[in-house]
Write a protein that binds this ligand. Structure first.
Ligand code: FAD
Length: 407
């Protein structure tokens, strides 16, 4: 995987957004806008110039009445929540890392753990400003430049540089959540229970262990009487704890999973949980080494039509048994038109790439779509660019995954 081992880009490759804005027509490409580079792999590499959008991190406006927020592309999810939470607005779709940028979210169009209720991130984008390599800046929305807007949502940065995004936030009674945990004993029961819960709760997903047992987690935003503070107080540990990949070794994770499964009990256990523990548990603690941790794992994320979910999961579990591999995490997120699956493996080079190649081949037989995380070109299937990009791709923008364009 090519997740950054630190967050600095190599100098020779970096280009500031200021320089791109002023000199785009005179510079050599190919170009690619990047944010937190959490996607990893060939998606956030190119042989030319990466435009680092993290310094473009101002919130341009926020309307506390309507929850419409206008952000520069480098604003992080953490900053959006920090600004809006006191007015009881929250991200309608969030990724599992608070460091993801609004530009990166717009370009990758992730689904969160409320996929059934809220769909993907792009559905909540009202408009955006896009700079093309010609120097032209266009405002795009469902009304203005609508086709370019549609191609840019989930367009992997290939239509140009996203400068700013106007987003509709979600009104919540409280940012904190009322969480339910329910255990299951077979994968079939887990998929059915997670889907049933996703239809009635804001958030619902399931994790499964090697034996196919697991826990469904369902949640709704808690009512306004919650006495927890809006923003976390930094917890005071005397030392920061360096996160070590071995904390997450499959055997340790299996034991932790077994304990969690037994602790869940047979019923529906409900509890109010602070939002930062629910959405971004590692961010609230004084851990260090998160980037190194990311680099120690490979994620295989895919979505399939719901009718194929049970067969896809069973075929993947059989392939994993044959390969003698146990994922650190197997997660299922039900949706209305597509269900999401995430498998996380310890990175061990070619063996993991080969295994992910096998799972990707299984996904194709179930009409699966590979989601853009940790994609490595070595040993993996070719990735056709989305058809919607054909007419709107900026010819001077490219990522290694689609190494076309100017060199
Ligand atoms: C811990 C973790 C949890 C995650 N959880 C989820 C999840 O729950 N659901 C899910 O679907 N995904 C998830 N992801 C993936 C995540 O959504 C994406 O990695 C994230 O959106 C990327 O944001 P980023 O700022 O790091 O973008 P980058 O990784 O820097 O870039 C991602 C893509 O966006 C483009 N891009 C970035 N900024 C711009 C810009 N300003 N203009 C044009 N193009 C741009 C890049 O070219 C690239 O194609 C997770 C990732 C991590 C590391």
């Amino acid at each position: 995987m090519a997740a950054p081992d630190d967050q600095n880009l190599p100098d020779r490759q970096t280009l500031s957004a200021d320089r791109f804005e002023n000199e785009a027509a005179d510079l050599n490409g190919p170009f690619l806008g990047v944010g937190g580079r959490l996607s990893g792999g060939a998606l956030v590499r190119n042989g030319g110039r990466l435009i680092d959008m993290r310094p473009r991190n101002r919130i341009l406006s926020f309307d506390p009445g309507t929850g419409v927020i206008d952000c520069e592309a480098g604003v992080t999810l953490r900053a959006v929540v920090g600004r809006a939470v006191a007015q009881r607005f929250f991200l309608p779709v969030t990724a599992g890392s608070a460091a993801a940028s609004i530009g990166g979210m717009t370009a990758t169009d992730p689904a969160g753990r409320n996929r059934m209720q809220r769909g993907c991130f792009s559905e909540h984008v009202r408009s955006l400003r896009l700079m093309r390599s010609s120097g032209e800046v266009l405002t795009c929305s469902r009304r203005d430049n609508a086709e370019l807007f549609a191609a840019t949502l989930g367009g992997y940065g290939l239509t140009g540089l996203i400068l700013s995004v106007e987003l509709q936030l979600m009104k919540v009674p409280s940012a904190h959540v009322q969480r339910h945990t329910l255990r299951f004993s077979t994968p079939e029961d887990g998929l059915a229970l997670a889907r049933e819960r996703a239809e009635i709760h804001e958030y619902a997903w399931a994790w499964l262990d090697r034996a196919g047992r697991g826990v469904v987690i369902a949640a709704d935003h808690a009512d306004a009487g919650s006495e927890l503070p809006d923003m976390p107080k930094r917890r005071r540990l005397p030392l920061t704890v360096p996160l070590q990949p071995w904390f997450f070794q499959p055997r340790i994770v299996q034991v932790a999973g077994r304990i969690a499964w037994h602790a869940t009990g047979g019923g529906d256990a409900a509890k109010t949980v602070a939002w930062w523990d629910f959405f971004w548990p590692l961010e609230a603690w004084p851990w260090t080494g998160g980037a190194r941790l990311l680099a120690a794992f490979r994620r295989f994320a895919v979505d399939v039509p719901p009718a194929g979910s049970a067969g896809f999961l069973e075929a993947c579990r059989a392939a994993l048994r044959r390969a003698g591999r146990t994922p650190v995490l197997t997660e299922f997120r039900p949706g209305s038109d597509r269900d999401g699956f995430l498998f996380v493996f310890p990175e061990d080079g070619r063996a993991t790439t080969a295994l992910i190649g096998q799972l990707a081949a299984i996904a194709r037989t179930y009409d699966g779509r590979r989601l853009p995380v940790d994609i490595d070109l070595a040993g993996e299937e070719a990735w056709p660019p989305p058809a919607s990009l054909e007419d709107w791709r900026d010819p001077r923008f490219a990522a290694d995954l689609w190494a076309a364009g100017e060199n």
